[in-house]
Each structure stands twice: as structure tokens, then as C-alpha cells.
Design a protein around this ligand. Structure first.
Ligand SMILES: C=CC1=C(C)c2cc3[nH]c(cc4nc(cc5[nH]c(cc1n2)c(C)c5CCC(=O)O)C(CCC(=O)O)=C4C)c(C)c3C=C
Ligand SMILES: [Fe+2]
Ligand SMILES: [Fe+2]
Length: 321
């Protein structure tokens, strides 16, 4: 695209609490879990359950988890998303690059308002979810439909097998293994999803499989040297299988003493990678006599920023064609 100051790139992530406190976590979860894309139960059933059971119980419990990973600048998801946007801005000097959160702040609507005030006319929106899901990517599209009036908005729906992104993840795994030693097995752990949504056509699991296969191929791994699982289950219904916790228990039972775990569904590190995988699941693996080495997300790595900037530039060129 002919780069012009009237074009902007908006990186959108999920959102995260403003503080590691029960109150802030309740506020964040209340907005998140009222989204019908995320929870589809009818309101009369879901609202009492949410307000009188889930938020009061989960607020303090989850706040304690956030407290363990909190960074000087805030929640890791917020800090790394901000740094990633700054790194992408360096690669696209002619563009306005900003980030927003689907839940909480900076809100998508407020960033789009700022763009309008700055004279932006075209916005490429890149949800920081490599794999499309109705629960995440489509929810960003909903927010854009409400807040995007007067702007020419183009959303990048997926980048699950984008060659530059795949190479960036594969290189980060290779570098981590070179520095810390290679585990006997590489586990790709993706955020889970209710099986019901996959049965209704959510393409998320197929795209997770495509990402894992492409990254494993980039690393030259044979079939038995890697596997895929789904983490972060919420609620009681059946989620995608196999669950990461059970996959790790099975690897431990097989006597696999060192496992490398990587989470290529998460653009940046967050509660689900840093607390659940790198702390909780690693401790559980250690209790079974093994070692789980967590390989961080791409975060604000140069190769990540390059891959996302190239995706944005291509999306804008497609518009011009
Ligand atoms: C209610 C069900 C949930 C669905 C469906 C879901 C899908 C989904 N989520 C992500 C990415 C992230 N989720 C994060 C946290 C998180 N997710 C849920 C629930 C669902 N997610 C909850 C309740 C929470 C909050 C933590 C908790 O209470 O356990 C995060 C991390 C946020 C942070 O602040 O660090 C991310 C990122 C994807 C990609 C996805 C679709 C498949
Ligand atoms: Fe409610
Ligand atoms: Fe989630």
C-alpha cells in the first residue's frame, strides 16, 4: 500500500485486569463473561450464576494468580501488547500503530475515536489471535461493527500458517532449545474451547492443528516428537481434547523426563501461559519427577513485529488492488 499517515494499524488483544486485586478481576471478568460470543447461556440463567457465584469466588482466586506474575508496568498481557505495538510502529513509520483491548482499556471505541481525530481514514485491524475463533476474532468484529463508523476498516481474520509468523515461532523454539537444551518432546498447548462450538463449525481446532504442524515441520520434527493439547478449561462442559494437564500426565507416565512446552495461540505472555503453564503445570510435572521447560511467546521480538507488520502491509495492498 502507498503508506500514508491516514492509514492506521490497530492491534487488538483480549484485555486483562487493571490491578491484581479481586475487585479489578471481577470487573474484567464481568465484561468478558457477559459477551455472548464467549458464553451463550440465556441471561436469566447465566447472570445470577455469574454475579452470585462465579465473580465472587473467582475474583479473589484469580487475583492471587495475577499477583504472582504481575510486572512493574502492569499485567503481562498489557505490558507485552504495548511493547509489541511499539515494535510494529518502528517497522511501519508511515502508519499510526496503536493497540486496544476487546475488554477493558484501551477500548477499541476510544482508540478508533482517537484515530478519527488524527485524520485517519483507513484502519487495518489485527486481532492478536493467530487462529480464528467465534469467541475471540468474531467478537472483535462485533466491536468494530459498533465502533467503526466513518472509517474504512479491514480486519485480518487469521494468520495461523503465515510463513513469516510460523518461521518466527519455529526460530524462537530453536533458540530456546539451543540455550537451555532440547526436551525429549515438544508440546504445543493452545487455549481451549467448548467442544460444542467446534461441533457447530468454529474453525479454531483445525487452525491450531495447522499451526502446530507447520511449526513442527519448520523444526524438522518427526511425528512422535511433538503433540498438541488444549489448556485453560472454564466451566463444566466438555472442551477440546486432549487437555494439556492430561497430556502432560500421560507424557510423565511414559517416562518422558524433559518436555518443552510452547503456546503459539497466544501472541504475548499472559496469565494462561505464565501462571498456568510455566508455573502450575511445570510444578506438577516436577512433582512427577520430570522437567517442563516453558518457551515464552513471541512477545515484542523483532521477528514477531516484522511478521505482523508484513501482514498489515499486505492487507492494505489488497485493499488498494
Ligand atoms: C468462558 C469461556 C472462555 C472461552 C471460550 C475462551 C476462549 C479463548 N480465550 C483466549 C485467550 C485468553 N483467555 C484468557 C483468559 C481467560 N479466558 C477465560 C475464558 C474463556 N476463554 C477466562 C475466564 C479467562 C480469565 C482468567 C480466568 O478467570 O481463568 C487470556 C489471558 C488474559 C490475561 O489477563 O492474561 C487469554 C489471552 C483465546 C485465544 C480463546 C479462544 C479459543
Ligand atoms: Fe449480568
Ligand atoms: Fe480465554
Amino acid at each position: 500500500m502507498p503508506a500514508s499517515p491516514s492509514t492506521a494499524l490497530l492491534l487488538v488483544n483480549l484485555g486483562t485486569p487493571e490491578a491484581p486485586t479481586a475487585r479489578a478481576v471481577r470487573r474484567y471478568l464481568a465484561e468478558f463473561l457477559h459477551d455472548r460470543r464467549v458464553v451463550q447461556l440465556t441471561r436469566w440463567l447465566w447472570c445470577p450464576l455469574l454475579h452470585f457465584a462465579i465473580l465472587p469466588l473467582r475474583g479473589p482466586k484469580v487475583a492471587r494468580k495475577y499477583a504472582q506474575i504481575w510486572m512493574e508496568g502492569g499485567s503481562p498481557l498489557a505490558v507485552y501488547t504495548q511493547r509489541l505495538a511499539a515494535a510494529v510502529q518502528q517497522r511501519l513509520p508511515q502508519w499510526h500503530v496503536a493497540h486496544a483491548m476487546r475488554y477493558g482499556r484501551p477500548a477499541i471505541a476510544e482508540v478508533l475515536d482517537a484515530f478519527r481525530r488524527e485524520g485517519v481514514r483507513r484502519v487495518v485491524v489485527l486481532p492478536l489471535y493467530p487462529q480464528y475463533s467465534t469467541t475471540t476474532t468474531a467478537s472483535v468484529a462485533d466491536a468494530l461493527a459498533k465502533a467503526g463508523a466513518g472509517l474504512q476498516v479491514r480486519m485480518i481474520e487469521r494468520y495461523d500458517t503465515d510463513p513469516a509468523w510460523v518461521a518466527a515461532v519455529a526460530d524462537s523454539i530453536r533458540a530456546h532449545r539451543a540455550a537451555h537444551g532440547a526436551g525429549k518432546h515438544l508440546l504445543f498447548s493452545f487455549h481451549g474451547l467448548p467442544q460444542r462450538l467446534a461441533d457447530r463449525g468454529d474453525p479454531y481446532p483445525q487452525q491450531c492443528e495447522a499451526s502446530a504442524r507447520a511449526i513442527a515441520a519448520g523444526l524438522g520434527l518427526a511425528d512422535g516428537e511433538w503433540s498438541l493439547s488444549y489448556q485453560s478449561r472454564f466451566g463444566r462442559e466438555r472442551w477440546l481434547q486432549p487437555a494439556t494437564l492430561e497430556a502432560l500426565d500421560a507424557l510423565a507416565a511414559r517416562g518422558v523426563d524433559t518436555v518443552d512446552a510452547v503456546c503459539p495461540g497466544f501472541a504475548v505472555d499472559c496469565l494462561e501461559t505464565l501462571e498456568e503453564v510455566a508455573m502450575m503445570l511445570a510444578a506438577r510435572y516436577a512433582a512427577r519427577g520430570g522437567t517442563l521447560r516453558y518457551i515464552p511467546c513471541l512477545n515484542d521480538a523483532l521477528a514477531h513485529a516484522d511478521a505482523l507488520a508484513a501482514l498489515a502491509a499486505r492487507a492494505a495492498e489488497t485493499d488498494d488492488a
